[in-house]
Design a protein around this ligand. Sequence first.
Ligand code: A2P
Length: 274
Amino acid sequence: MDYTLLNNGVKIPMLGLGTYRIGRTDDDVYNAIRTALDMGYRHIDTATLYENEAPIGKAIRESGIPREDIFVTTKLWGDDVLKNEIPQAFDQSMQLLDIGYVDLYLVHWPVKGKLVSTWREMEKIYASDKAKAIGLSNHLQHHLEEILDEANVLPAVNQVEMHPYVVLNDLVDFCEENAIVCEAWSPLGSSKVPLLEEKILREIGDKYGKSPAQVVLRWNIERGVVAIPKSSNKERQAANLDIFDFKLTPEDVQLINSLDKNYRTGIHPDEIGF
Ligand code: A2P
């Protein structure tokens, strides 16, 4: 596993497990997380929206792995921002997870007119030491600029949809210039697009004995982007972790970048209805 450092010195694994719809029941979720932790995952990404914090927390507690060895992220949902209930929302996540602290707390989506006031509340949560780092998700450059202008604590992370169909080089560069680590959600492009069937990815993978999915994940981490592929399947979880024994050439990277269509499978951050 490779790690990078957040702007406050906290260490984050470059690959984590996404958990949106990872299981239909709490038992499914629990089992998927236990399986992932047993095989070596040390970074789990959840959110209030996913309604799975309780079984994830239970799986972490019962894994036998020291708490400090697992990086856990959860996220603040926009409804709680609109209700002015940010501290209550955080406390609720903490109660459901029941793991003492979270490593990273993110604002899930930008809420219009409330970017800076939300960030102030996030800074208070950071000061409480119950979140070791705070950051953003689905924020574009203009959202980041508005927050950076007023921030006392710099956002550590911006997590957005990112894969070879939506490369977002400008956003990655802006984040790097501002010491914000980018994370990719749906790094494999989700099942809504045929990204993993691209011939280019198959041909690159064949050179290294790797699958298109492994090539895409490697491409993410080589550009400094933390990837959190979701899989509830043991074999695919293992495959997604097995990307630290090969390296792409600059030509491979150029070919992968050429797939860019600036196409999101999810909502555009300016169109979220908060
Ligand atoms: P599964 O859970 O059955 O493995 P998301 O876009 O939410 O991150 O979801 C990723 C999608 O890609 C899921 O449908 C997941 O299905 C699938 N997936 C995860 N890993 C792989 C892989 N290595 N190869 C192919 N599909 C994958």
